[in-house]
Structure formats: structure tokens, C-alpha cells
Write a protein that binds this ligand. Structure first.
Ligand SMILES: [Fe+2]
Length: 244
């Protein structure tokens, strides 16, 4: 059994320091890895990244993250990534990592993702350059995620994104903003490999549980949704989806 702890949208700055740490100190007894689904900081500054590293670093379990839209706000995402990496925190953007846990190989493919919307109510690469660029960015992010998931050599695959792959975990958010909360391209990417679990954040008013069209479990772990320092999901490699 692989125990995956996950949370997103923790928005750490100096005022948040210490709020998560007591629960995180207990993490090694409860889970094998912690995934953080973006919006690690409030405004994406280097100072806030240091605060996140202080709060979430040195936990005794691997910490794997993606950035969220807030982490891009100050145009310092490269430095933010460096600060986290220097603290031993893995940041994935169109990349994957494999962790050895109890003799099992857990593969995590991560990308921030982007908006674009869902089937029948989505953008497409048509019309003005700005519209094409918006739609293309979402598709390319999903393409990168799908490639990483299919390329992983591991026992259990998990997809980690900030934006949502499905509308079900957005329920509670205004319908009008769904296209800014996720993209169906991400679900297609997740379904293109035998993915065991997909974890995202971003939708603070959404719903925790859903499924991709291909039947992969999706969990919205935004902190305001799960209302705890992290949720723990147990994955039994014997229950893995069979490759198509
Ligand atoms: Fe966000």
C-alpha cells in the first residue's frame, strides 16, 4: 500500500508560518509522500517561497509539488522553483519523478496545467492570436502531462496538477469561471496512461471527489476544500488500472 498525502492552495506567506507545521510533523507516521498541488505562495515572491520551504521542508517524507497561478504572480517562478529545490522540495513542470517507497516505484507526473474549459464549453485554437495562445497553452500543458505519464517506468502513476482535469470537482464554484479553473485536455492526458490517481487544487469552493471519463480517481485537495493540513489517499498497486 502506498499512502499519498496531498494538499493544495496553502498560500504560504510569513503570516501562515507555523499553521501547517504541527500536522506536517506527524506526516511520516501517516503517509509515504506529500504532494502539494500548487498555489504554494500568495504572490509568488522569493520571500514567500522561503516561507513555504520553511513550513513544508525537511519533513522526513519526499515533498513533490507543482506551481499554481499565484506562484507566477511576481514573475519569479524560476527563482521560486530554485528556492524550493535548494530545500529538497521537488517542483515538477512537464516533468516526472519516481520514488522508491516500500519496494514499490511511485511515479508522479506534474504540470501546472491551465484553463480552457470542458467538453462543449471550452476554448479552441481558433480566431484571434490571443485566443489561440490561451487555448494552445492549455493543450500544450496537457500534452506534456500525458507524455510524462505514458513514459513513466513505475508501479503506480499519479498525476499532479494545479488546474482541474474535470468539472465534477469544481462543483460549488460559479459555472461562469469553470473555463478558468481547468481543462478537459488534462483528463485526456490522465486517461492516456494507466493512472491510479489525479490530484489538483485551484478550486477553493469546489468538491473533493470525481472521476475522469476514463474512470481515474480525481481529488481536489485545495486546502479550503479538504479543510485539513492534508488528506491521505491509499493506493494498492494490485488495484491499478490495466494499460489500454
Ligand atoms: Fe490557483
Amino acid at each position: 500500500m502506498i499512502r499519498i498525502a496531498a494538499v493544495g492552495d496553502v498560500h504560504v506567506d510569513k503570516d501562515v508560518l507555523g499553521r501547517f507545521r504541527p500536522a506536517l510533523e506527524e506526516l511520516p507516521d501517516r503517509a509515504d509522500v506529500l504532494l502539494v498541488a500548487g498555489d504554494l505562495t500568495r504572490h509568488g515572491t522569493v520571500e514567500e517561497a522561503r516561507c513555504f520551504a520553511t513550513e513544508f521542508g525537511g519533513l522526513g517524507v519526499p515533498v513533490v509539488t507543482v506551481l499554481g497561478n499565484h506562484d507566477y504572480q511576481s514573475d519569479q517562478q524560476a527563482r521560486v522553483t530554485d528556492v524550493l529545490a535548494e530545500s529538497g522540495i521537488t517542483v515538477l513542470e512537464g516533468e516526472a519523478t519516481v520514488l522508491e517507497l516500500h519496494g514499490r516505484r511511485l511515479g508522479v507526473a506534474g504540470v501546472k496545467g491551465f484553463g480552457g474549459g470542458f467538453a462543449g464549453r471550452c476554448t479552441s485554437e481558433f480566431g484571434e492570436p490571443e485566443t489561440k495562445a490561451f487555448a494552445r497553452h492549455g493543450r500544450e500543458a496537457a500534452d506534456a502531462l500525458g507524455y510524462c505519464l505514458r513514459s513513466l517506468d513505475c508501479d503506480v502513476r499519479v498525476a499532479l496538477t494545479h488546474y482541474s482535469p474535470i468539472p465534477e470537482t469544481l462543483v460549488g464554484e460559479p459555472l461562469e469561471i469553470y473555463p478558468f479553473l481547468g481543462s478537459y485536455h488534462l483528463a485526456q492526458a490522465i486517461d492516456s496512461a494507466p493512472t491510479a490517481l489525479a490530484v489538483h487544487g485551484h478550486a477553493h469552493a469546489g468538491t473533493e471527489r470525481g472521476l475522469t471519463p476514463g474512470g481515474v480517481k480525481v481529488r481536489n485537495v485545495a486546502h479550503p476544500v479538504i479543510r485539513q493540513a492534508y488528506s491521505v489517499y491509499e493506493l494498492d498497486p494490485a488495484d491499478l488500472p490495466v494499460p489500454a
